[in-house]
Every structure is written in structure tokens, then in C-alpha cells.
Design a protein around this ligand. Structure first.
Ligand code: CU
Length: 172
């Protein structure tokens, strides 16, 4: 729960700052209204710079973070052991205890409607997710390096008890 509290604290501070900024803008009065042409030309100039600033930040963020994309690590190894996962309103059935430090593949499907198969580690952080779909098997390759109890949460609204839809498995 420590992470949850930190997120809440950061959100609270950011929300308070946003409210203060909005109150300041709402009460802000310039001494004399400016002519429409002045406002327009200043606004257009600002918009031009703003576009290039956003463009530069977007390109730089992409270039810096693309090497950290997890997709290459999701490659399935040929000798990985398969575990079936069947989602159904409102729980998950996992076939067995998952071994640690070896590649495994979850074969994920659903008996009724679409569900989200979200895996949360012993520390509460999400470590993987894939869609659970009726009539279709999704393969989710994973390698667990930490032993313990993993919680499964449904990540797609699937019915009245969706919020309570949880499961779990052990990694040893
Ligand atoms: Cu659900």
C-alpha cells in the first residue's frame, strides 16, 4: 500500500497546484483590455513556439525511451512450459504452481465474455497483462524472478461483480 499512498500524495499536491493556478487565472485582471489584433498575434506566436516545443519534447521522449520497450523480452522460448488460464465471471482458474526463473507461457482464454488477465506481483505492482477472450487463446510469455503469491485482477469491465473479480497463483 506504500506505493498507493505515494501516488495519492503526488496527485493531491498536483491537484492543489492546478486549483490554485485556476483560481489565480479566474481572478486575474489586466489593467486595460488589449486590442484584438494584439491578442491574436501574440497568441499565434505563442502557438507556433508551443508546437515546436511539444514536437521536440515528443521526439526526444520517444528516442530516449524506445530502447526500454519490453516487447523484445516477450519473445516466447520454444521449451517454455504452458499453463492454462480460464477466466469466467467472476474468477480465474490457473493450472498449477508456476516455476521461478524459467520461461513460462500462459494460454489465456475465457468461458463467457471478455476479461482482462492482469498479474500483480507480491509487492503489488503489475507485471503483465493480456486479454482473456471467449473462443480464442492468447499466449502471454513470462519469466518470474521473484517467488511468492501473485494476484490476478480482471482489467476489463465484464459484469456486475467485475470489481471483485480476482484470482491468484504461486511462484516457487
Ligand atoms: Cu472484469
Amino acid at each position: 500500500m506504500g506505493n498507493g499512498n505515494l501516488v495519492f500524495e503526488i496527485f493531491s499536491v498536483a491537484a492543489a497546484l492546478a486549483i490554485i493556478a485556476m483560481l489565480f487565472l479566474a481572478n486575474y485582471r489586466s489593467r486595460e483590455p488589449l486590442a484584438q489584433e494584439v491578442v491574436t498575434s501574440r497568441g499565434y506566436a505563442l502557438r507556433r513556439y508551443w508546437f515546436w516545443l511539444v514536437f521536440a519534447v515528443a521526439v526526444a521522449s520517444f528516442a530516449l525511451t524506445v530502447p526500454y520497450f519490453p516487447y523484445p523480452r516477450a519473445g516466447a522460448s520454444a521449451n517454455a512450459k504452458h499453463f492454462s488460464v480460464v477466466a469466467q465471471q467472476y474468477d480465474f482458474a490457473v493450472s498449477g504452481v508456476i516455476p521461478r526463473d524459467v520461461p513460462v507461457i500462459f494460454d489465456v482464454t475465457s468461458k463467457d465474455v471478455n476479461h482482462g488477465f492482469g498479474i500483480y506481483g507480491p509487492n503489488g505492482a503489475i507485471v503483465g497483462q493480456v486479454q482473456a477472450m471467449p473462443g480464442y487463446v492468447n499466449h502471454l510469455p513470462m519469466t518470474f524472478t521473484v517467488a511468492g503469491h501473485y494476484t490476478i485482477r480482471c482489467l476489463e469491465y465484464c459484469g456486475i461483480a467485475h470489481a471483485a473479480m480476482q484470482g491468484g497463483f504461486e511462484v516457487r
